[in-house]
Ligand binder design. Structure first.
Ligand code: ATP
Length: 211
């Protein structure tokens, strides 16, 4: 990998209780462009993203982000340093409107309003549904909202866990184009069942086999 490395994981092992899910995983993510993580069901892709995001603590190994060892850093501090994560389960508040979800995501940012406008340009569909409760959005619209919320914190690296899962095929293309666009400016790590889409968005690919 010739580019600058933004995130580097080395020898990551993660357990759920006594059950080991990751067995010394190492990977590098350059500061711009896409990296795909592929592998069959249960291979450990979600566990890896959660470990990199700080939701799970590895039992061994290190995670360096932007030159700093963040292996023991809490998730919120990683987010503040520019490490964004869109988990597989929806990272949105279903009982709040689309607008409220975006406002919460932009809280504490003086330029938050402009940033929300940028998100509505990225995903114009959301602009048409600002007053709608997020819980009643379609699968694709929810994914767009979850991605927008993560982007509001201005990540340098955005990790996406199955961004097209449960999304109607007509909308998948729209999401794919937006992700391709994002990789021009920031780093994107994508876990995705649609291998073609994952490889279209990515310049590098890791294949996981049983952690
Ligand atoms: P999929 O493609 O089906 O989403 P994955 O590659 O993302 O799978 P993980 O969800 O990371 O795989 O799961 C890796 C292993 O860890 C699996 O054997 C799974 O059963 C196990 N696992 C995941 N979450 C837990 C948990 N909360 N408690 C115990 N074991 C878990």
């Amino acid at each position: 990998m010739a580019e600058n490395v933004l995130l580097e994981a080395e020898g990551i092992s993660t357990h759920y209780g006594t059950s080991q899910a990751l067995f010394g995983v190492s990977l590098k993510v350059p500061s711009r462009g896409g990296v795909a993580i592929l592998g069959r069901n249960g291979a450990g892709k979600t566990t890896l993203l959660k470990t990199l995001a700080g939701d799970l603590r590895p039992s061994s190994g290190t995670v360096r982000f932007d030159g700093t060892d963040c292996t023991r850093m809490p998730t919120e501090r990683r987010v503040r340093r520019g490490l964004g994560h869109v988990p597989q389960e929806q990272a949105i508040f279903g009982g709040l409107t689309v607008k409220e979800n975006l406002l919460i995501g932009a809280m504490g940012d003086r330029t938050g309003k402009d940033r929300i406008d940028e998100m509505l340009e990225l995903f114009p569909r959301l602009g048409q549904r600002l007053a709608q409760k997020a819980g009643t959005l379609s699968g694709g619209e929810r994914k767009m909202l979850a991605i927008s919320r993560a982007l509001l914190s201005r990540p340098h690296l955005l990790m996406l866990d199955e961004p097209t899962e449960g999304v109607w095929h007509g909308v998948i293309e729209e999401i794919a184009q937006r992700l391709e666009q994002l990789t021009q400016d920031i780093a994107v790590v994508i876990v995705e069942q649609h291998v073609k889409l994952a490889l279209r968005v990515s310049s590098y690919c890791y294949v996981m086999d049983r952690g």
